[in-house]
Design a protein. Structure first.
Length: 221
């Protein structure tokens, strides 16, 4: 049976002056749009505060997959679910009560995602599998787009796939996904792919998304 593949483009490297327009450009061929929220505390970069993010989420023609790279995810993550994100992902490294926060996200009607940085073992968090709708394996250090895919994260993707087993949990990878790397990640078990610079630095972002999807789907079939 073929595995479902999702492409979730990150607008981190898109034109911030017209994000609604950038999202419309990729709407026909994307499953969700990936919104990187950075607070300059958890990561050394800042993207949006809650007010600016809310505006993007309200205007987006695509469902929003929020990736929260912020301290104090316990209080912030449920707010992103309440304002209508389809999916909200918190980092284990930035959350005090992971179980309660995952439950709060689900209670607010969003899918709950759990992310780990490259230095964090996923096996330490496998007990949360029944509370999550998506695991996110970072394949770069979070903070910036345009970095190289860390190939030494591939065993962690396989481990996560094993933890997921038959559960309908999405397995997302984020960082350095391009036509050169997507098949490696897909072969290890990833089914949901963030791609930032590969998409928005391409001449034709929609065509690039179709290309990435075809490459991943080919491995998944
Ligand atoms: C990095 C972000 C990523 C980033 C991906 O901290 O979480 O979503 O935008 O960008 P690329 O695809 O350029 O690595
Ligand atoms: Zn991200």
């Amino acid at each position: 049976m073929s595995r479902e593949v999702r492409i979730t483009p990150s607008i981190l490297n898109a034109n911030f002056a017209d994000l609604a327009g950038e999202i419309r450009r990729i709407a026909q061929v994307s499953d969700l749009v990936h919104l990187d929220v950075m607070d300059d505390l958890f990561v050394p970069n800042f993207t949006f505060d809650f007010e600016a993010a809310s505006k993007i989420i309200r205007q987006s023609v695509l469902p929003v997959d929020a990736h929260l790279m912020v301290l104090d995810a316990d209080s912030i993550a449920p707010q992103y679910a309440q304002i209508g994100c389809a999916s909200v992902t918190l980092h284990v490294e930035a959350t005090r009560d992971i179980a309660a926060t995952l439950k709060a996200i689900r209670n607010a009607g969003a899918r709950a995602g759990l992310a780990v940085k490259p230095g964090t073992q996923i096996t330490d968090y496998e007990d949360f599998a029944d509370l999550v709708d998506m695991f996110l394996i970072m394949t770069v250090e979070p903070g910036f787009g345009g970095q190289s895919f860390m190939e030494n994260m591939v065993p962690k993707i396989s481990q996560t796939k094993k933890i997921i087993g038959d559960r309908p949990i999405w397995l997302q990878v984020d960082g350095g996904i391009s036509p050169e790397t997507i098949e490696i990640a897909a072969a290890a078990g990833a089914d949901t792919f963030v791609a930032g610079s590969a998409v928005f630095r391409a001449e034709d972002p929609a065509a690039m998304i179709l290309k990435l999807r075809a490459l991943a789907q080919n491995v998944a079939d």
